[in-house]
Design a protein around this ligand. Sequence first.
Ligand code: HEM
Length: 427
Amino acid sequence: SSRAEKLYSKLPSPPFKLPLIGHLHLVGSLPHVALRDLATKHGPDVMLIRLGVVPTLVVSSPRAAKAVLRTYDHLFASRPHSPVGDILFSGSTNIAFAPYGDYWRQLRKIVTTHLLSARKAVLGRLPREAGRNKMFRELLEINSKLLGGFILTDFFPSLARLDMASGKAVKQKKIWDDLLDDLIDKHASKTVMDEDEQDFIDVLLSVQQDYGLTKDNIKAILMDMFEAGTDTTYVSLDYAMAELMRNPRAMTKLQAEVRSCVTKGKEMVTEEDLASMSYLKAVMKEAMRLHPSGALLIPHLSVADCEVEGYAIPSGTRLMVNAWALGRDPTCWENAEEFMPERFLEGAMDAACDFQGNDFRFLPFGSGRRICPGITFAAVTFEIILANLIYHFNWELPEGSPGVDMTEEYGIDVHRKVKLLLVPRMV
Ligand code: HEM
């Protein structure tokens, strides 16, 4: 509307806006980096960019992040409509894309009370038929590209039906459907079992009637869990290993801690051993500070007018919070670009910093109503896997390796482009 346009025109905004595509040409292949650089010059707290026809508020300072994710969290807790999300998640009926409202609230309740409270690993109990895991990985990778937030359909809604991404999404959805229908049917025909043996699918089926979920709803939730619960954790682990290989001093320290905290002779590190591993937890935080896999979180959408940093923001504004930029802001972190897990240890400067959304410099899981519901699950998974990798092996780069390549690639999660190739040596 012309009123909204008037308000948008008052916000700081980068120059070089083009007709139709807006600032899209400035975003490039690594949007979190490009947006940080643009923000530094044109709007360090908030700036307005036009992605195609869509006005988007980009938040890049802790103070502004606190305004949109705490003070006005309730007003920014919705999601923009995504044509690709509609196709993949049957009308965006998954948690991550559902608009703010009763349906979303109910799904959050289901996952927090039934799925993520218990210790159930999503992939651990999937059938391991040949080829299936590989197919899952490929599906997840394509999904990630489709959902990354910088695809044409999102910014030129009128083109949605013509766009390639939609075509790909339709194909993609068909493959997911076949896979999930088969899994759900197999689970539905199973006889009652021990509660401990239930996986995510069993649990969802057991509450399906209470919550009035359709099969399509269940499939959308499962895709969310696979998407959010596997790649993000895996990417964070990959970054932690990559940083440890680049920082042998930190690796040595972690090895010493892990090996001393586990009872001698024990075969695996288990959850009970983790409590005393403070350096391990610091390594996890530091890897996520430098490499939050959701670099720009998931886009939010405002549902009412409000004022941020002195600017009036109209209802219906898309919001991106640059968590990657917050974690590297040289004005709020000492040696911001360096991998220094020590900063999070007791007695150090950032000892009190957690990733529960209370410290607005550090938002790898977001904050407020849309905060990741999988934090605890992700942290335990991360710690247990990294601790076991370190407990059993010394890791080396292959002979003649030029070192670890940290080049990034953007998708719904930001990941390293080149696979990490390491040689394990039994301890
Ligand atoms: C290291 C691992 C993980 C990271 C870095 C991560 C990060 C995030 C981020 C940044 C968001 C968006 C927050 C926002 O929009 O403001 C998010 C949302 C979400 N995450 Fe995670 N996540 C991880 C693991 C998991 C796991 C293990 C699960 C579940 C199995 C999960 C489920 C979800 C769901 C369902 C949402 C959408 C929430 C909503 O829109 O209400 N995540 N996560």
